[in-house]
Each structure stands twice: as structure tokens, then as C-alpha cells.
Design a protein around this ligand. Structure first.
Ligand code: KG4
Ligand code: ZN
Length: 347
């Protein structure tokens, strides 16, 4: 934060780098919310032929693109490294080989420019996507605490009660598959392309969500989730139909599966919000891009729900920069030997 003449304070500008999985991303933010640039290079096409992310291929691709992506983010923001106040980087969770690439790029920049380094948990980044907006566009309402945050990504499904900035109480998490993982696995068993979430959503649009009654694991008495039973239930139906040489009603199966996931996620989050007297709800992570999930949350009127715009739901560096800003302005500075291991649970 640079002091300028009078009482005015110059904006805090952060460069953020994200490389935890199969997206190489960089973004520049002002004061933690206003996005000056947001560059995401996805590797989806590279991994599609493997039906999922191939870790070695992912890290090699990150190495190839990371500096160009950072350059592009600075250029689009019309800034240079000397305009920055800090560099924020994802420190995990994610693929170690991928994380190391972003981490080393960030360390090189802070070392060369004598800038502070701030490491951010990727999941915390997803939560902060709800604070981000494109500079020049209308400022969305800021989420209010206490906030019930449902985090639904490819590897994690959890409920966190947020009582203040960067202050979390993890109430529960999945005991087996994450919601995104269930989408990906069910897509594969239905013969739908990777990534599974968008494929299921597309197929489901043509199907009947009531065609099959799939189990909803409520995990009563806990704030945990479980999706592997649901995945197995879909598998059983598919196997049975195959045994009888009957056609697989992909659209109906996708729609019924999606309805079961959405039902559990929404009902459990609302119940948690009531129990912990949250004032608002926040939904984030790749699965928050799901149309049925968004519509179900938007259809209820009990709580105001913050769901990021689609471009911020899946992995990006803007969200990492936002979380990093709130850490930076609260004094966090990380050493140059920062490892690619996340603080866990969020803290
Ligand atoms: O947050 P994310 O981009 O990466 C991780 O941090 O894991 O989440 C990726 C997950 C994948 O499982 C993907 O299938 C799922 O988000 N996803 C969706 C949709 N778009 C992405 N799931 C359901 N519906 C979607 N439209
Ligand atoms: Zn993610």
C-alpha cells in the first residue's frame, strides 16, 4: 500500500498466479476486488484424450506457458512489475508438480523485485471468487458475515462457516467422492466426454430428473457429504441395462443423478445456514457453474446467496488474488522457502 499526497491512499495492486491443476492462470487486482486482468490458459484439450488430468503432462504445459500468461496479465492491466505491491500464489491443494511451477515463478518475481510473497489455499481462493468483479463493471454486493460457504470443486466438497475475512470453521466435508469428482466419474461411466460436469449438465438438459430415484446420502447429525453411493447406484443401473442389451437412457440418468447431487447440496447448506445463524450463503468451486445447482439456490428466498459469475467458478487466478489481498492487508508475508503444501483446514 503506497501512501500518496494528502489523505489519499494509492490502490493495492496484486499479481496472482494459479497453477494447481490444468489451468495456468494469472490476474491483476486492485484492492482485492476490482479485476484489471484475468488470463486463463486451459489444458482441457491436452487431457481430454486421457479422460482426465495427466499430472506429468500438466506440469510440463505449465512450464511452457506460465511466463507468457503472467506477461499477458500485466499487459492487459497496463501495469509493470514495478507497479505491484505483492505477488500472491496458490500453495495447494492440487497436483504437486503443477503447483511447483506457479510457486517458482512467483518466487522468481518476488526475489527479483523485492516484493512480498503471499501463499493462498486454493479452496480459500474459490471462496473469494464471490468478492471479485471486473473493474469498471457494477460492484456486486459484498458477502456479509457470518457466511455459510459451500465449496464444491473437483477434489473437495465442504461446508465452512466464515465469521470474518480469512476466518473459517470447517463444519464438514465429503467422506468419499467430492461432488465434482462424482460428476466426472458418472460422466465417464455414461460415455460422456471430460470434463464431466459440463457434459452431465448438457445431457441432463434433455432428460427427466425424476426418471430414476437415486439415493441421497443425508449424513444426518453431521455436516458431511458422501457421493460414492450415488455414483455406484448409477453404475448398477447402467450394468443391468447392459446385461439385458437395453439402450442406456443417458439423458435421464444424467438428469436424475444431477438432481440428487443438487438436492443434497442445497438442503444441507440451507440447514447449516439456519443452524449456525448465517446471514448469507456463498457457493463456490467448479461445480457452482452447474445451472441446476445455481437455479435451485436462486429459487429459495430464505437466504441471500452469492454465486460467482461463470468465468470465476472454475480455476482462475483472480480468486487467488482476492484471497491474497485480504491476507496481505492483514499482515501475511510468506518466506521464500514457502512449500506447496496448503494450510489445512483453511486457516
Ligand atoms: O474448482 P475446479 O475448477 O477445480 C478444482 O479445484 O477441482 O472444479 C472442477 C470440477 C470438475 O469436477 C468439473 O467436472 C466440475 O468442477 N464442473 C462442473 C461444471 N463445470 C465444472 N460440475 C457440474 N456442472 C458444471 N457445469
Ligand atoms: Zn479449483
Amino acid at each position: 500500500m503506497t501512501q500518496v499526497s494528502g489523505t489519499e491512499t494509492a490502490p493495492t495492486r496484486i499479481l496472482a498466479i494459479e497453477s494447481s491443476c490444468d489451468e495456468t492462470a494469472a490476474a491483476v487486482l486492485e484492492n482485492g476486488r476490482a479485476l484489471l486482468s484475468n488470463v486463463v490458459a486451459t489444458q482441457i484439450d491436452l487431457h481430454a484424450k486421457y479422460g482426465g488430468v495427466f499430472p506429468e503432462v500438466a506440469s510440463r504445459q505449465h512450464i511452457k506457458t506460465v511466463y507468457a500468461i503472467i506477461d499477458q496479465a500485466l499487459q492487459q492491466a497496463h501495469l509493470s512489475l514495478s507497479d505491484l505491491d505483492a505477488v500472491v500464489v496458490t500453495r495447494g491443494p492440487g497436483l504437486a508438480g503443477s503447483l511447483v511451477v506457479g510457486m517458482n515463478a512467483a518466487k522468481g518475481l518476488v526475489l527479483g523485485r523485492n516484493l512480498p510473497l503471499v501463499g493462498v489455499n486454493h479452496l480459500e481462493g474459490h471462496i473469494y471468487s464471490a468478492w471479485v468483479y471486473r473493474a469498471g463493471e457494477p460492484v456486486p454486493p459484498e458477502p456479509q458475515f457470518p457466511l455459510m460457504a459451500l465449496l464444491v470443486s473437483g477434489g473437495h466438497t465442504e461446508l465452512n462457516l466464515m465469521t470474518d475475512h480469512i476466518t473459517y470453521k470447517r463444519l464438514g466435508s465429503t467422506q468419499d467422492d467430492a461432488a465434482g469428482e462424482a460428476f466426472d466419474k458418472v460422466a465417464r461411466l455414461l460415455g460422456l466426454p471430460y470434463p464431466g460436469g459440463p457434459s452431465i449438465q448438457k445431457a441432463a438438459a434433455e432428460g427427466d430428473p425424476n426418471a430414476f430415484t437415486f439415493p441421497r446420502a443425508r449424513m444426518e447429525g453431521t455436516w458431511n457429504f458422501s457421493f460414492s453411493g450415488l455414483k455406484t447406484a448409477v453404475l448398477r443401473v447402467v450394468r443391468k441395462l447392459e446385461e439385458h442389451h437395453e439402450p442406456i437412457p443417458v439423458a435421464d440418468l444424467a438428469a436424475s443423478f444431477q438432481a440428487a447431487v443438487v438436492d443434497v447440496l442445497v438442503s444441507k447448506t440451507l440447514q447449516a445456514a439456519r443452524t449456525f445463524k448465517a446471514s448469507e450463503i456463498l457457493v463456490a468451486g467448479g461445480v457452482s457453474a452447474n445451472r441446476a445447482l445455481r437455479e435451485a439456490f436462486q429459487a429459495q428466498t430464505e437466504f441471500k446467496v452469492h454465486i460467482p459469475p461463470l468465468y470465476l467458478c472454475t480455476d482462475n487466478a483472480a480468486m487467488i488474488g482476492s484471497a491474497g489481498y485480504f491476507r496481505y492487508t492483514r499482515g501475511q508475508r510468506d518466506p521464500l522457502d514457502l512449500d506447496v503444501l496448503p494450510t489445512w483446514p483453511l486457516s
